[in-house]
Ligand binder design. Sequence first.
Ligand SMILES: NC(=O)c1ccc[n+]([C@@H]2O[C@H](COP(=O)([O-])OP(=O)(O)OC[C@H]3O[C@@H](n4cnc5c(N)ncnc54)[C@H](OP(=O)(O)O)[C@@H]3O)[C@@H](O)[C@H]2O)c1
Length: 319
Amino acid sequence: MKAIEYLKYGLPDVLKLKEIEMPIPKSNEILIRIIATAVNSGDVRLRKADPFAVRLFFGLFKPKTNILGGVFSGKIEQIGSAVTLFKVGDEVFGHTDMSFGTYAEYKCLPENGSIALKPVTIIHNEAAVIPFGGITALHFIKKANITRGQRVLINGASGAVGTAAVQLAKHFGAIVTGVCSTSNIDLVKSIGADKVMDYTKEDFTKNGKTYDVIFDTVNKIVISESVKSLNVNGKLILSAAGISEMFHGLFVSMTSSRRIKVVTGVASHTADDINFLKVLIESGELKSVIDRTYSLEQMAEAHTYVEKGHKKGSVVITI
Ligand SMILES: NC(=O)c1ccc[n+]([C@@H]2O[C@H](COP(=O)([O-])OP(=O)(O)OC[C@H]3O[C@@H](n4cnc5c(N)ncnc54)[C@H](OP(=O)(O)O)[C@@H]3O)[C@@H](O)[C@H]2O)c1
């Protein structure tokens, strides 16, 4: 099968198109023919080993996992002898968690992974881009316990995580302000934000408005300033935090006289989360936002674009 391999960390040109052996499903696994995947900000971090901590988990000198890609939409071609949840021919979408490997024509996954039947209302390209932003936003929204009537500001409302966060916070009944650049105002309005703030013209930490939750998806805020825009008992979600922001957040949570809590960490997920997103897609509450589409052969080009950090929603790879 065709796959995009990388054998060393580096620039997008470390991603090479190769012909490799097809995987064979174990008894508890399904073999998925990948029809679409996505290039996410996480893939770029792994390709570059940036931050350095990537090397501690994914290989100190060279990557241990040689095929990137953590999300997919496709069709089941084979099942292992013990598989009961899916059958050959099922159309599925999901997240591979830390096994990666969807920059390829085929991928085996355990049947009890973060996998669900593809929503019937959307095509594979649209399904493939849901799990990355969707499960990240869902994880942090649940952790911060966003509830009906709360005032929520989402910074970076135009990215993969941000577009999902706006729509999911609306689903949970929040009054949502999305913060984005001028060219993304219409997009953020179109996915349901009640208010949109253009960060090139207005600084949300300086306009006197306060929120119950501030969800920063891009790690471009000043924590000490943002905390002042939170109400008593407010939550600051830092989904893109590095180590230093995590420590800063811990310090704020431990010392805040206004009982502010900072929520950070790595998003986790199960099949229930993917099924939850599927239901929202089918009811029309969650829509895919696709910026550009590339072929498997154009992977380096797709990485170059995603690395710039200005994409609107997600970048799809069709296979
Ligand atoms: N904790 C976890 O488990 C977890 C999971 C997934 C992702 N992440 C992290 O989350 C981050 C975001 O991921 P993503 O995939 O959503 O990124 P992305 O799709 O690349 O989106 C970034 C978006 O933010 C906007 N932006 C850039 N500068 C901004 C600013 N100063 N203020 C407001 N918006 C700004 C960009 O548009 P403009 O430039 O036009 O404004 C772009 O639309 C990444 O660092 C990723 O590693 C963490």
